[in-house]
Design a protein around this ligand. Structure first.
Ligand SMILES: [Zn+2]
Ligand SMILES: [Zn+2]
Ligand SMILES: [Zn+2]
Length: 357
C-alpha cells in the first residue's frame, strides 16, 4: 500500500492510524479522495480541503468499536463507510475475544476494499443490491451447532472469526499443509469467487478463455474437493498451479490466483511508495535487477509487474530469513500461473466495460 501522511503535519502514518504520533491530531481515511485527513482533538466532524460549503465528515459508526477509521458524510444514510456497509453479520461485540477477533478481520477487510476501489471494481453491498452485491457474515462457532465454514456463496462471504486467532490460524495452516495463511489472504481469495460470478460467468468469450487456462468449472465441485482432501495435489502441481488448493477445482484455481494478483499489486505498490530497487552486485543477469518505479494500480502491465515483483520478493524473503521469519512470499510463479495472472489482469481491466454491457 502507499504511504499516507497526516493531513495536519504531513508526518507519515499507517492506513490504520487514528491518531498522528507526531502532532496528536485525530486521523480519518477519506476513501473518495484516498487520503488521510486530520481533525484537531476535541472536535467531532471534519470539513476538509478548506471547503466549508460542502460535506462535513464524521467517523464511520464502527469507529466506536475501534474497527474502522474511515470517514463518511455527516448525513450518510447507514452511518457506516463503504467497507463497513458490506457487513451483514458481525460477531457478539460484548464478548471481548470476539470483539478483538473482529477488529483484526476488519483491518484486513479494509485493505481489501482499498484495493478493489483502486482497481475500479464495483463495491456494492448486498443488502442494497441483493442480486449483484457483496456481503460479509463474520460468525463464531456456537455450542452444539455445525462449525462455521469459511467460503463464498452468491456474493455472501462467510468467515469464522476464530481465524483471527493467530494460534488457531497457524494450527489450521499446518493441518492443511499450507505455505501461507493470513486474514488478508482469506479476503482476497473469497472475493475472487464473487468477481468470477460477476465478471466471467456471464461473458461467453471470457468464459471460454477461462476454461482454456483454468479448466472446465462444470466439473462436480463437491466431488472435486472430496478428492482433493483425500488424495492431495498431483505430483507436478508446482509447474502449473500457485498452490496445492488451486489444483482442487477450476474455481479454486481462479480464486487462489486472483488472491495472488492482489498480493502482487499490494506488494509492488508498497515497493513503489518506498522507491525500492534491487541490484545485487556481482549478479549481472538482468533477471535479478528490478526497480519499483511505477504505480501498479495505475500502470497494470502484468509482465512488468511480474518482472519487478519477483526479484523484490527474493530480496525481502532473504531479509525475513535473517530475522527467522517465514518468507514474505513463499511461492513460485511458473509459466502457466503467469498466464493465468495476465488473464485476471485482463478481466479486471475490462470490468467497467463488462458491467456496462
Ligand atoms: Zn500530524
Ligand atoms: Zn467503516
Ligand atoms: Zn475458494
Amino acid at each position: 500500500m502507499k504511504i499516507y501522511h497526516c493531513g495536519n503535519c504531513n508526518y507519515p502514518v499507517y492506513f490504520e492510524n487514528v491518531v498522528c504520533s507526531n502532532c496528536g491530531f485525530w486521523l480519518g481515511y477519506d476513501s473518495q479522495q484516498d487520503q488521510m485527513v486530520a481533525l484537531s482533538p476535541g472536535r467531532s466532524s471534519w470539513q476538509p480541503y478548506g471547503d466549508t460549503t460542502t460535506l462535513t465528515f464524521i467517523y464511520c459508526g464502527n469507529h466506536t468499536h475501534q474497527a474502522c477509521n474511515w470517514l463518511i458524510p455527516q448525513d450518510d444514510a447507514t452511518g457506516l463507510c463503504v467497507a463497513c456497509d458490506l457487513n451483514r453479520t458481525v460477531p457478539n461485540l460484548s464478548d471481548a475475544v470476539q470483539l478483538r477477533e473482529w477488529q483484526e478481520l476488519e483491518a484486513a477487510k479494509h485493505r481489501l476494499v482499498y484495493a478493489l476501489l483502486r482497481l475500479g471494481l464495483p463495491v456494492q453491498d448486498k443488502m442494497t443490491y441483493p442480486e449483484h452485491g457483496l456481503a460479509f457474515d463474520f460468525l463464531a462457532d456456537q455450542p452444539g451447532a455445525d462449525r462455521v465454514m469459511t467460503g463464498h456463496d452468491e456474493g455472501l462471504i462467510t468467515l469464522n472469526v476464530e481465524e483471527a486467532d493467530s494460534a488457531q490460524r497457524e494450527a489450521n495452516r499446518l493441518q492443511l499443509h499450507e505455505k501461507y495463511r493470513t486474514l488478508v489472504g482469506h479476503f482476497r481469495h473469497e472475493v475472487g469467487h464473487y468477481y468470477w460470478d460477476e465478471l466471467v460467468a456471464s461473458h461467453p468469450t471470457l468464459l471460454a478463455d477461462f476454461r482454456q487456462l483454468f479448466g472446465d468449472e462444470r466439473a462436480d465441485y463437491g466431488q472435486a474437493l472430496q478428492k482433493h482432501y483425500k488424495e492431495g495435489a498431483p505430483a507436478d502441481w508446482e509447474s502449473r498451479f500457485i498452490s496445492t488448493y488451486a489444483t482442487s477445482h477450476p474455481w479454486e484455481d481462479w480464486a487462489e490466483t486472483w488472491a495472488h494478483y492482489l498480493h502482487l499489486l499490494d506488494l509492488l505498490e508498497s515497493a513503489y511508495a518506498f522507491g525500492l530497487q534491487v541490484d545485487p552486485p556481482g549478479m549481472p543477469e538482468l533477471t535479478m535487477q528490478a526497480r519499483a518505479d511505477f504505480d501498479p494500480y495505475a500502470d497494470r502491465n502484468m509482465d512488468r509487474i511480474l518482472s519487478t515483483a519477483v526479484p523484490i520478493t527474493f530480496a525481502v524473503n532473504s531479509i525475513n530469513r535473517g530475522m527467522g521469519r517465514p518468507d514474505l512470499y513463499p511461492f513460485v510463479l511458473n509459466g502457466p500461473v503467469r498466464e493465468k495472472l495476465s488473464f485476471i489482469n485482463r478481466v479486471v481491466s475490462s470490468a467497467p466495460a463488462l458491467l456496462a454491457s
